[in-house]
Design a protein around this ligand. Structure first.
Ligand SMILES: *Cc1c(COP(=O)(O)O)cnc(C)c1O
Length: 401
């Protein structure tokens, strides 16, 4: 028998030994503010469905109508036979929400990043990438063949120094950043990034997976949040989080979008987004606009959670435990709030305690992040009772260690 595959088992053992092993967690219900897992109901602090739209009956009806009309699959790539009027309607709705000339829809956010980055730059070019950027941005950069330099997270001085040192040796330059960093919850400094883009003749591409439907007055994302809608910018985002569907997009100038339709391999050589997903995303964008109270409720929930965590972490009763676990709330500008702890063992024991007490939250560990943390994501449909229950359970954990 061949030994060619023996390394896989060994590699798995190493993953287990480091406490890095992960497996799927199946949920038997809609991933709403509460979920059912193995017959038990849990408060769900691990969903990306920030606006609570993924089971909205109105979206379900629109999806049924689309499937009845167009069938289950889009049956081809978009430039051949996969395109339907619904795809164009969705692109126009995204462009309108974002205030851009046009938008292009990919079959996932991951594919949007791979296709866009590889279309914009190649081996003659330079990429500057935030060290905490999402896997899809980092893999897009690698696949493009451009020289990629990583800058320290959110460190504009480091970025500026690296641009000054390297920019002149390359043809085009692309600065890549998450809008909201998914494993931290903080927002990038878009105005400063655009300023550096101007100074060094660099394109700026922002990944709004966790900011579209969350940041900005109407939920249009980072550019709206910072008042930068009129600046040239490559705005990528996903339909799979606040927009309750599947798929990714790039919004920007008509020229940029037209160029991507001709050059983005992950758009050209893949099957068009299903009509069910297209209808769901289109419906979610309408609801985001028609029901702005969802956005304000989400923000109130985040504010309330942050206040309660800070109050608990500064209370005398748990000060010693907070210190010994290095427990710290990371800064957040989004629907994601993280509690950093000293190591992987601690975060696993905390998540286990929460789980036993009816709360589902993600323990995020290296290599996904440099320091282990409990990651909490909020939804517009959480109630203050859900948040109170989480705080009560966190407090009982602290008292038990
Ligand atoms: C989720 C996510 C993606 C991938 O989007 P999908 O549509 O799920 O493929 C890309 N970038 C970031 C920052 C994400 O959080």
């Amino acid at each position: 028998m061949s030994d060619a595959y023996r390394w896989i088992g060994k590699s798995l053992q190493t993953i287990h030994r480091a406490n890095w092993y992960r497996s799927v967690q199946s949920i038997d219900s809609y991933g709403g503010p509460t979920v059912t897992i193995n017959g038990r109901s849990l408060i769900n602090l691990a969903s990306n469905d920030y606006l609570g739209l993924a089971a909205d009956p109105r979206l379900v009806t629109q999806v049924k109508t689309a499937v009845e009309r167009y069938g289950t699959g889009s049956t081809g790539s978009l430039l051949l036979s996969g395109h339907r009027p619904l795809h164009r309607e969705l692109e126009q709705a995204i462009a309108q929400l974002k205030g851009t000339e046009d938008a292009i829809v990919f079959s996932s956010g991951y594919l949007a990043n791979l296709g866009t980055i590889t279309a914009l730059v190649n081996s003659r070019d330079l990429i500057l990438s935030d060290e905490y950027n999402h896997s899809s941005l980092r893999n897009g950069a690698a696949l493009s063949g451009a020289k990629t330099i990583t800058y320290a997270h959110g460190d504009l001085r480091d970025l500026s120094a690296k641009l000054a040192a390297a920019r002149a040796a390359y043809r085009r330059c692309l600065i890549l950043t998450d809008g909201v960093f998914g494993m931290d919850g903080d927002v990038c400094d878009l105005p400063q990034l655009l300023g550096l883009g101007d100074r060094f003749e660099a394109m700026v591409m922002i990944d709004e997976a966790h900011s579209v439907g969350v940041l900005g007055r109407t939920g249009a994302g980072c550019a709206e949040f910072f008042g930068c809608q009129d600046r040239p910018l490559v705005q990528m985002g996903t339909l799979s989080k606040a927009l309750a569907s599947l798929g990714g997009y790039v919004a920007g100038s008509a020229e940029l979008v037209d160029f991507l339709r001709n050059r983005a391999a992950s758009w050209i050589y893949t099957t068009g987004l299903s009509l069910a997903d297209s209808a769901a995303a289109l419906g979610a964008i309408s609801l985001l606009i028609q029901e702005p109270e969802r956005l304000s409720q989400l923000r109130q929930n985040v504010q309330y959670l942050i206040e309660r965590i800070d109050h608990l972490l500064s209370s005398k009763a748990t000060l010693l435990q907070t210190k010994s676990l290095n427990l710290r709330r990371l800064p957040s500008d989004s629907a994601i709030v993280c509690l950093q702890v000293k190591d992987a063992t601690t975060v696993l024991s905390l998540a286990k305690h929460l789980r036993e007490q009816g709360i589902f939250a993600a323990a995020v560990r290296p290599p996904t992040v440099p320091v282990s943390r409990l990651r909490l994501s909020l939804m517009a449909t959480h109630t203050s009772a859900h948040i109170d229950q989480f705080i009560y359970t966190l407090s009982s954990y602290l008292k038990s260690v």
